[in-house]
Design a protein around this ligand. Sequence first.
Ligand code: MN
Length: 235
Amino acid sequence: MKRPLIGLVTGLNKEETYLIVNNGYVRALEAAGALPVVLPLTADPEELEACIEQMDGILITGGGDIDPECYGEHTLPACGGIDTERDAMEIAIAKLLAIHPEVPTLGVCRGCQVLNVALGGTMYQDIPSQVPTAIAHRQKQPERYPAHPVDVAAETKLAAIVGAGELRVNSLHHQAIKDVAPSLICTAKAPDGIVEAIEMPAHPFFVGVQWHPERMWKNDAPSLALFRAFVDACR
Ligand code: MN
């Protein structure tokens, strides 16, 4: 059977000499039946259109912080690791994907944040300093272990995949979605109210999760189910 081709949007190392992608995405997509490929880091509209046309699905991976200028704010001291080239590519491709219902889209961690910012949402630049009542979202335990629960909203795509109600997830972020973009809805929240998942109701599969299923899927059925649902949507 032909495997769906899933394009991975990745980041650059500090010296801008290597594309960096966590192998967990590659392995999880393979386990779910896909053929993952790394996309070029480009904001060229023609090349981005080609990516969308030739891929069966797109996964926007995790990484550093989005430049707050992308959502109209000045950078706070605790915001860091900005890659302007990556921001440009990801925001451009996310905007295109939003109007391409035939291409399933999954955003993980930073990728989830990108989907939101590209469509007009905003971010907390730093949870500990901006949301003092928040629980710990940067876990100390190994990345494959869940760190906090989220409450998955009923009657959402996410609920159809992992079930509504409590889901235990890992947590490796210091930023979070503040205002959800108008065309998206929040589909899971942490106990402190922090947005942990989003989706676009008008799109067959436009889903973002703030946690890292690529680091849990080997021992966590809901994480593998998310990759399977994504790959199945790409067939
Ligand atoms: Mn979290």
